[in-house]
Write a protein that binds this ligand. Structure first.
Ligand code: SF4
Ligand code: SF4
Length: 218
């Protein structure tokens, strides 16, 4: 999701790479679950997030969309996000005890928090959001460890490719200025990358790469 903010106001002014140490570690969050509620539509899910969820919960995207997820427009394209529910505007995966029920396969944005990503022409770097995590006295941790995602090289390539693919579509939609085209793109993206099941035991990145190659004709 695109955010127009001054990085100097919300961060420590530094940019980090995967092997850098950053003051992001809030321990085990203790009794805090502040970032699991009131997040609106901001926890947008990428195809890897949904692949992990459907595999680990043995469910379909359609089932998840009827429960913990919802669809919303992000920069002109319809994408899934975590649905905040009830009076407390709470993530549907948060347990009564205030713990994440899907911790081992939680979405990428949850893994990243309180880090964010800032994109340049060809890639991205990480930054530390200073005012988002409620825990004081966070300690230093390597970005790679914090994100806790295996095969970080392929993961970062996936994140980059997905970002620039969506940005390319956003530009095409903007140029056409046509609602029918925008709807067509959203339907295609949902079907191609989210609703059509992936082969569970198979390699996600390989399958994603093939789908992305086919989608480049869009
Ligand atoms: S998926 Fe887990 S970590 Fe992410 S917002 Fe929901 S409860 Fe919190
Ligand atoms: S605000 Fe910080 S300490 Fe609280 S749940 Fe989120 S990451 Fe953990």
């Amino acid at each position: 999701m695109k955010r127009e903010v001054d990085l100097n106001e919300i961060s420590d002014g530094k940019l980090y790479e995967i092997n850098d140490m950053v003051k992001a570690d809030c321990g085990d969050c203790k009794d805090c679950f502040a970032c699991c509620q009131g997040m609106g539509q901001s926890v947008v899910l990428d195809p890897l997030d949904c692949f992990r969820m459907t595999q680990n919960l043995s469910g379909t995207m359609e089932e998840l969309l009827g429960a913990e997820l919802e669809l919303n427009v992000v920069d002109g394209i319809v994408l899934p996000n975590l649905k905040m529910k009830g009076e407390g505007e709470t993530c549907g995966f948060l347990s009564r005890e205030g713990r994440c029920r899907i911790h081992s396969f939680r979405p990428g944005i949850c893994r990243l928090f309180p880090l964010g990503r800032v994109y340049g022409d060809e890639g991205f770097k990480y930054f530390l959001q200073l005012h988002e995590c409620k825990m004081e006295n966070r300690t230093k941790v390597k970005v790679r460890k914090w994100i806790d995602t295996p095969d970080s090289k392929r993961y970062e390539a996936f994140v980059r490719d997905w970002h620039f693919f969506l940005k390319g579509l956003e530009r095409k939609i903007g140029k056409k200025g046509d609602q029918a085209f925008s709807n067509q793109v959203s339907l295609y993206v949902l079907k191609q990358f989210y609703l059509t099941p992936y082969d569970g035991p198979g390699d996600f990145y390989e399958q994603f790469g093939k789908r992305l190659e086919a989608a480049s004709l869009l």
